[in-house]
Ligand binder design. Structure first.
Ligand code: PLP
Length: 439
């Protein structure tokens, strides 16, 4: 094995990075990775001269910054360093930059800029929406919170935290297509429901939820409605008025903006208590000096996403369909998870019978292809995807699924390369497992 720091293959890098972070947690993973790497790729050797061509198919995890975003952020970092709360020229210059970005982000979701508040990302937006609205209703008769079972952890764990503080919570089931039914919400709503939170598009399978109808039902019972639009904004049209929601959260790094910045749209007049107390920034709803470069980067990314969305959506849907049909045709024992009709154009989630998703992910990484599993890995074991579990899939299928999420840089030739290498990889992995073929 090469000494640490030298250019090594991805598995070695992954193992070293893992051991460095959590020595005991990753010991199981280390064993598995080394066994897998040894069995699969003994003949392969990667070094700086023989670098693999990298194909990034994990845009739902994060996207690269657009050059225009980097340029504008760099200009702000270098020259517009003022504090937007300062009265002098430098402060007003920074304030103008933040205001411009606020308008750009508002335009992306059909909102009024005064209703947009900047956050540190999607997680904070979800937290302010749910905790802030719940806290504002504390002491009233409304003590019930509802979310779908396929929400991001930012919503699910916020509900769990509020449940520990006495809130009653209900998770809405989804069907095998990964869509929340209005009937399920109608059944869950009660006289004391304070808030319903259902995401616009799911991060693992890409399904688009019937937010307008769900929000209407919630409102009929006097409850508020929040939607996490982190995975839909910039990919499909998002309009706060057409969706009929009260709050909507966004994250810049999902549409080629910087990480650590997002926004929450709050309908004018809605009372939402701040999570952080301090200065009067963001109309006293989010204290703390604004992340001006991040906010400006988010604004530029939002404007570009709005301009490109239609054509780019069409292009990505065609690429995604090419990938999907190519895989289903070339690899036996594969199936698409979630509704093929109601989903964002860049995402497909495919299960591979008799293949552990994490092993496939690593094998693909060795080939230069970056994808993701919905399952979280902890303590060397695979946690089944809570989304696929909620869809009613068995333990096997919740652990053998891979998410492919496409984006700006992807091309047909990349997709074709993946389709060309995948059957061999899957066959090899299957030959290493003893499980019998499933009917
Ligand atoms: N909500 C959804 C649906 C997401 O996919 C993510 C990120 O993966 C988040 C919230 C969290 O966003 P952030 O990373 O900006 O905190």
């Amino acid at each position: 094995m090469a000494a640490p720091g030298q250019n090594q293959g991805p598995v070695t890098e992954l193992v070293i990075a893992s051991l460095w972070r959590e020595p005991t947690e990753y010991i199981g993973r280390w064993k598995k990775l080394s066994r897998l790497a040894g069995q699969l790729f003994t003949a392969k050797c990667y070094d700086s001269k023989n670098a693999v061509q990298r194909i990034y198919l994990d845009h739902n995890a994060t996207t690269p910054l657009l050059p225009a975003v980097i340029d504008r952020m760099t200009a702000v970092l270098r020259e517009e360093f003022g504090n937007p709360s300062s009265v002098h020229h430098f402060g007003q210059q920074a304030k103008a930059a933040v205001d411009d970005a606020r308008s750009q982000v508002a335009d992306l979701v059909g909102a009024d800029p005064s209703e947009v508040l900047f956050t540190s990302g999607g997680t904070e937006g979800d937290n302010i929406a749910i905790r802030g609205a719940a806290e504002a209703l504390e002491g009233t008769r409304r003590k019930h919170l509802v979310a779908s079972a396929i929400e991001h952890e930012a919503v699910l764990n916020t509900l769990k935290a509020l449940a520990r503080r006495g809130w009653r919570t209900t998770l809405l089931p989804v069907d095998q297509s990964g869509i929340v039914s209005p009937a399920a919400l109608r059944e869950a709503l009660a006289e004391d429901t304070a808030l319903v939170s259902v995401m616009h598009a799911n991060n693992e399978i890409g399904t688009i939820q019937p937010v307008f109808e769900l929000a209407r039902l919630a409102h009929e019972r006097g409850a508020l409605f929040h939607t996490d639009a982190v995975q839909s904004a910039g990919k499909i049209p998002v309009n706060v008025k057409e969706l009929g929601v009260d709050m909507l959260s966004l994250s810049a790094h999902k549409f080629y903006g910087p990480k650590g910045v997002g926004a929450l749209w709050i309908r004018r007049g809605l009372r939402v208590l701040p999570l952080m107390t301090g200065g009067r920034q963001e109309r006293s709803r989010r204290a703390g000096t604004e992340n001006v470069p991040g906010i400006v980067g988010m604004g530029v990314a939002a404007a570009i996403a709005a301009g490109k969305m239609e054509n780019e959506g069409r292009r990505l849907a065609a690429l995604r369909d090419r990938l999907e049909t190519g895989i289903l045709r070339a690899v036996p024992g594969t199936a698409v998870n979630g509704s093929p009709d109601h989903r964002v154009p860049n995402t497909t989630n495919i299960s591979f019978d008799r293949v552990e998703a994490e092993s496939l992910l690593i094998a693909l990484d060795l080939e230069g292809v970056a994808v993701s599993t919905g399952s979280a890995c902890s303590s060397g074991t695979l946690e089944p995807s809570h989304v696929l579990k909620a869809m009613g899939f068995n333990a096997h299928r919740t652990q053998n699924s891979i998410r492919f999420s496409l984006g700006g840089g992807n091309t047909e030739s990349e997709i074709d390369r993946l389709i060309a290498v995948l059957p061999g990889i899957v066959e090899k992995l299957r030959s290493l497992t003893r499980a019998p073929a499933r009917a």
